[in-house]
Ligand binder design. Structure first.
Ligand code: KIV
Ligand code: ZN
Length: 516
């Protein structure tokens, strides 16, 4: 909703800052799928990546630029010539291209990280903005570590950036150090004291190190920010970024207080959260506001009683408004293809991207085995039907374990199409299985974490396994789901191995570390 012609722009950086979180890397195809979902959400700006960081990032930015039509598509860029030119090339096919130039402005960063004087920082920012402005109109300038920079210096650097052509001024709390009242005042001061400060959009970019990113973003809006930078599920460097779903729903739910809203199609929030979790293999905590499993669940008797009498007693939002449905029991073994297809659509699953016949077959098999089919089951079924080209493919797993003999697993896999079988023993059947898989794969990454989740409860539930492996400096997460937890475990490791191969052979990301 637009109040007095004014609204809070949502700048989504899931594909750039979000992707900088360990275990959250995505391949180009996956990024395009997320970008399309961001367009369906109605975000105003998509930060598609950091084009100069790697060929993979460059390709992702240009593919997204070509794929989405409404939002501005940006690439991040340092103030270097090569960065600006790569960023410009990458967004050149966008309907609404933009460049996001950043340089650090705190004394600490200028002296110890950049080795530049304040004058040199101002010159570098002006030079980069001027160069980019010759080709695109939408230029965002970020003063990295702004919340720990001298306000007087910020007035100067932002003023020069605006003179050079910046249309959006971003004020990052890069280290998650700020507190709400301080940030609100900083924005008020910036708008008042920066030359040209009333003619640009001020933007808030908060990290969540103290758990204050959403509160800080809302305080920034009170101080005059009209853009919030955020990520789906709050993923991002260290403790993450401002969570898109939380800030959007806070504005919507407390509209009378803030007197301003975003343009987000809130019904697309839950599908977006699920899509991202499935792609990166990292699910949100059950208590995560808006999108967590328990966010709309009422357990206490007094609460249930209240909700039955009047939902408003304990619910401040309607699950439907964020795209959640509570009709978990609608689908069962009597449901047909039509019903499944329409439920997939409701859940935001793109039928063109999955093998629907395979998914329908899996659905029927599962419906025969278990009474209730939940949305989570459907997401898992769709993910299994998705077309993923991979080096390793699991063909079969046979395990046995008894009190007399050690646990043993026989695993058969395709490696680039060649069938291989290995037998291994281990401390348990999953361990044996993982040893056999690693022998077939020909390398031995360290298993850093292994998590099992029975998604829907009961012994016939679809089990979801995620594992985190590390080989050298590279850490990747894999994900698998199946009613048999051993199969789900094997699938998770094979998924992680495929993602590792993609990381190593698909692109070099070493340079990506340059970003904050
Ligand atoms: O946190 C930060 O400072 C950033 C900037 C590049 C905007 O991500
Ligand atoms: Zn950041």
């Amino acid at each position: 909703m637009q109040v007095n012609g004014d609204w809070v722009r949502i700048f989504d950086t899931t594909l750039r800052d979000g992707e900088q979180s360990p275990g959250c890397t995505m391949n180009v195809e996956e990024k395009v799928v997320i970008a399309e979902q961001l367009e369906a959400l109605g975000v105003d700006v998509i930060e598609a990546g950091f084009a100069a960081a790697s060929p993979g990032d460059f390709e992702a930015v240009s593919r997204i630029a070509a794929a989405v039509k409404k939002p501005v598509v940006l690439s991040l860029s340092r103030t270097r010539e090569a960065d600006i030119d790569e960023a410009l090339r990458a967004v050149s096919g966008a309907a609404n291209p933009g460049i996001h130039v950043f340089i650090a402005t705190s004394q600490l960063h200028m002296e110890h990280k950049l080795g530049m004087s304040p004058d040199e920082v101002v010159d570098a920012a002006v030079w980069a903005i001027t160069r980019a402005k010759q080709h695109v109109d939408h230029i965002e300038f970020s003063a990295e570590d702004a919340s720990r920079s001298e306000p007087e210096f910020l007035y100067r650097v932002f003023g020069e950036a605006i003179k050079a052509g910046a249309t959006v001024c971003n004020v990052p709390d890069t280290t998650g150090y700020a507190v709400p009242e301080q940030l609100r005042e900083l924005f008020v001061g910036l708008r008042e004291n920066t030359p040209g400060g009333k003619d640009v959009i001020w933007s808030a970019h908060n990290h969540n190190d103290l758990g204050l990113a959403v509160a800080n973003s809302l305080a920034a809006v009170e101080g005059g920010a009209r853009q919030v930078e955020c990520t789906i599920n709050g993923i991002g460097e260290r403790a993450g970024n401002t969570s898109m779903e939380e800030v959007v729903m806070a504005l919507k739910t407390r509209q009378h207080y803030y007197e301003i809203d975003s343009h987000i199609v809130t019904e697309q929030i839950y599908p977006a959260s699920k899509l991202l979790a499935r792609i990166i293999g990292v699910s949100v905590a059950p208590t995560k506001p808006i999108v967590g499993d328990n966010a709309f669940a009422h357990e206490a008797g007094i609460h249930q009683d209240g909700v039955l009498k009047n939902k408003a007693t304990y619910e401040i939002m309607r699950p439907e408004d964020v795209g959640r449905t509570s009709n978990a029991l609608v689908l069962g073994k009597h449901s047909g293809r039509h019903a499944l297809a329409s439920r997939f659509r409701e859940l935001g699953i793109d039928l063109e991207r999955i093998d629907f016949s395979a998914a329908f077959k899996r659905f029927k098999e599962l419906a025969d085995k278990k009474k209730d089919i939940y949305d989570e089951d459907l997401y898992a079924i769709a993910a299994e039907g998705a077309d993923i080209s991979a080096r390793y493919e699991l063909v079969d797993v046979q395990v046995n374990s008894s009190l007399q003999g050690g646990p043993r697993a026989e695993v058969t896999m395709l490696v680039d199409g060649d069938k291989r079988t290995e037998v291994a023993e281990g401390a348990g059947v999953v361990d044996a299985c993982y040893r056999a898989i690693k022998t077939i794969a020909g390398f031995d990454p360290r298993l850093e974490s292994y998590q099992v989740k029975g998604i829907t409860g009961g012994t016939d539930a679809l089990g979801e396994v995620s594992c985190l492996i590390r080989e050298g400096e590279i850490r990747v997460r894999g994900h698998g789901s199946h009613t048999d937890i051993i199969m789900a475990s094997a699938m998770a490791l094979v998924d992680a191995l495929n993602r590792y191969v993609y990381r190593v052979e698909g692109r070099a990301r070493d340079e990506h570390i340059v970003g904050p």
